[in-house]
Design a protein around this ligand. Structure first.
Ligand SMILES: C[S@@+](CC[C@H](N)C(=O)[O-])C[C@H]1O[C@@H](n2cnc3c(N)ncnc32)[C@H](O)[C@@H]1O
Length: 274
């Protein structure tokens, strides 16, 4: 077994760092930023895919980069130093499993930062959480979490009072991490479904969350509009520049609320009244 991780150091304009890092979301297992430099960590197997992304974006963002490797043990220690708790609206706090501090926020989610996406640091996750708080989703009974990753949105939904949660992700590494995070956050096991969201057609839930990517979101939106579902649909993983494309797909529903953080947006969508 290879007990080393690849490290990729990227230099670009400070304002570009967040958007550049988002291109690697699918593969990175951790990152930290200092001034205009960012270090991301990857599995050795993913090097070709990461190189492809780099060659597509490096001239657009004037990127200079170099590769290295670190012992996975050292990487874990680095990660611990750089993992700051994520506080959302003073209501939700996401902390790593080694953090034993007391926090005053109403909802604490404890996670083991691992291979699955979702530590709460990404703007798209934070925007969904803000929508969940705004819409008081604890008042609903059932929730579908499309692209659940590490499961922090499902875990929060459960803590807020939603009875039945269905988390789905295509990536099998998410499953164990999800169960681990449920345990750390003191909630009973929720069944996790490993599946492509395209193959999941039951939209008969009260709330649907989809923090995924534009292509999947357009597909989800299409299926939602064709279904009988009256769910509150909360979308994220979209950039501000995607808004017009999403709007042009809307037929049976309208946008109830738009939230934005940096260039990321989240949309809350509802069906028209019958
Ligand atoms: C941006 S992450 C969101 C994770 C978590 N829900 C959060 O908000 O932090 C998107 C997730 O969607 C999953 N995903 C991507 N394409 C998918 C597909 N076609 N079907 C199911 N899951 C998919 C990825 O594996 C990833 O875990």
């Amino acid at each position: 077994m290879n007990n080393k991780w690849l490290s990729l150091n990227i230099n670009t304009k400070k304002d570009n760092l967040e958007i550049v890092s988002s291109y690697f979301d699918l593969y990175t297992i951790g990152s930290h930023i200092e001034d205009s430099s960012m270090t991301m960590y990857f599995l050795f197997n993913d090097k070709d895919k990461v190189e492809d992304i780099l060659s597509n974006i490096k001239s657009n963002y004037n990127i200079e980069y170099d590769w290295g490797s670190v012992e996975s043990q050292n990487w874990m220690n680095n990660w611990k130093v750089f993992f700051q708790p994520v506080n959302i609206k003073d209501k939700v706090i996401i902390v790593p499993d080694w953090d034993t501090n007391d926090y005053s926020q109403e909802y604490m989610i404890k996670i083991c930062p691992a291979m699955a996406f979702g530590t709460g640091h990404h703007a798209s996750t934070q925007l969904v959480i803000e929508q969940m708080l705004n819409f008081n989703i604890g008042n609903y009974d059932t929730l579908l979490d499309l692209g659940a990753g590490s499961g922090i949105l499902s875990i929060l939904a459960k803590k807020m009072g939603v009875d039945t949660i269905t988390p789905i992700d295509i990536d099998p590494v998410c499953e164990d991490n999800f169960y681990q995070n449920c345990k750390l956050s003191n909630i009973n096991k929720i069944d996790f479904i490993i599946s492509d969201v395209h193959k999941y057609n039951n939209y008969n839930h009260d709330v649907i969350l989809a923090n995924i990517d534009k292509k999947n979101i357009i597909n989800i939106l299409d299926k939602y509009q064709k279904s009988d579902s009256r769910a509150l649909l909360i979308l994220a993983g979209l950039l501000e520049s995607d808004l017009d494309d999403v709007k042009s797909c809307l037929k049976e529903c309208n946008i109830d609320n738009v939230l934005q953080q940096d260039e990321w947006i989240s949309l809350a969508i509802k069906k028209y009244d019958k």
